[in-house]
Design a protein around this ligand. Structure first.
Ligand code: UDP
Length: 337
């Protein structure tokens, strides 16, 4: 089956493409390589292009017989979305509109959309289910919520089927080590912790130790990138089999929270076995960080029959660590000898 993966050269998209190709699908990757990497586009056929380019989209859909689109192409830095909201609304919303219009025009009526827990904003209760109010507190979350709204009205007006997957904290790497996280700048906790271990960074800063949590640091729901991708595959199958029609949304998380300190301690215990050490520093709270973000993902488990496989924090850290050790810049200055 032919599938288009927009943003397939990024972190999550590249794992998705590999999974789809291994399952026997013919995958076209559309990526402008603004945050994606040619080195991650190992599977599928890469078309270097932008969703702003409506002529390119028209040609692509005319030339292929796509049965489904999986859409990851978006900017995702919360801080940048506050200082440059135009960039976020233009790319994440306007360009997605181009994609949806091309789909409708060419009668490709199934899409899996990469949404986010950031559409909820500050938690009113936790764990959060899909009924939790959506009240984003930054333009990134707002831009993703706008697309969810578009998907709902496109379902009614044009018969577009969609599954919006609201990710909690994506992490981990391909256990075969072909793919992994390659963000620049890197802002996420787990890769930063591991870079502090490998020596690519001096230390990891804990952003705030005075939150109302057990150890004072923020609690998050870390979900392995492969588990996210399994859910996309199931969502796609549910639409193609006719089990799901119209617009749907699901949370994707483990349902278990780990604090920043717990993540650092688990990473420290793992890397210490290989003689590495992680230097930890205290820092001010980062603006916009809720104390606890944990998913209730029962709906995805029940409806999609999704069962996350890599729920163990050390397994997640192990995959990310093996990937980190493959990166250039591992100088070993943090060896404890
Ligand atoms: N965090 C931290 N130090 C860092 C990066 C992140 O203490 O250098 C904390 C951050 O404040 C949050 C958690 O780690 O509580 C996860 O942050 P991340 O940016 O990975 O994901 P987010 O939850 O913001 O999507």
């Amino acid at each position: 089956m032919e599938i288009l993966v927009a943003g397939g050269a990024g972190y999550i998209g590249s794992h998705m493409v590999k999974m789809l190709v291994k399952a026997g699908h013919v995958v076209t990757v559309l990526d402008n390589l603004s945050t994606g990497h040619r080195s991650l586009a190992k599977y599928g056929e890469l078309v270097e292009g932008d969703l702003a380019d409506t002529a390119l989209l028209d040609n692509l859909f005319a030339q292929h017989d796509f049965k489904c689109v999986v859409h990851f192409a978006a900017f995702s830095l919360v801080g940048e979305s506050v200082t440059n909201p135009a960039k976020y609304y233009r790319n994440n919303v306007c360009n997605t509109l181009n994609l949806l219009d091309a789909m409708v025009k060419h009668d490709v009526l199934n899409i899996v959309f990469s949404s986010t827990a950031a559409t909820y904003g500050n938690p009113v209760y936790t764990p959060m289910d899909e009924q939790h109010p959506q009240s984003p507190i930054n333009p990134y979350g707002a831009s993703k919520l706008m697309v969810e709204t578009l998907l709902q009205v496109y379902a009614k007006a044009y018969g577009l089927n969609s599954v919006a997957l609201r990710y909690f904290n994506a992490c981990g790497a391909d256990p075969e080590l072909e793919l992994g996280e390659l963000h620049d700048p890197e802002t996420h906790l787990i890769p930063l912790v591991l870079q502090a271990a490998s020596g690519r960074r001096d230390s990891i800063c804990i952003f705030g130790e005075d939150y109302p949590t057990e150890d004072g640091t923020c609690v998050r729901d870390y979900i392995h990138v492969l588990d996210l991708c399994f859910a996309h595959q199931l969502a796609m199958q549910a639409m193609l089999s006719g089990q799901l029609s119209g617009a749907h949304c699901f949370n994707l998380g483990n349902g278990e929270g780990f604090s920043v300190k717990q993540v650092i301690d688990a990473a420290q215990a793992m890397v210490a076995q290989e003689g590495f050490n992680i230097k930890v520093q205290q820092a001010e709270r980062r603006e916009g960080d809720p104390a606890v973000l944990v998913a209730n993902a029962d709906k995805a488990k029940q409806t999609l029959n999704w069962q996350p496989q890599y729920t163990d924090l050390t397994t997640i850290l192990r995959h990310a660590w093996e990937w980190e050790k493959k990166q250039p810049g591992l100088v070993g200055r943090n060896f404890v000898y």
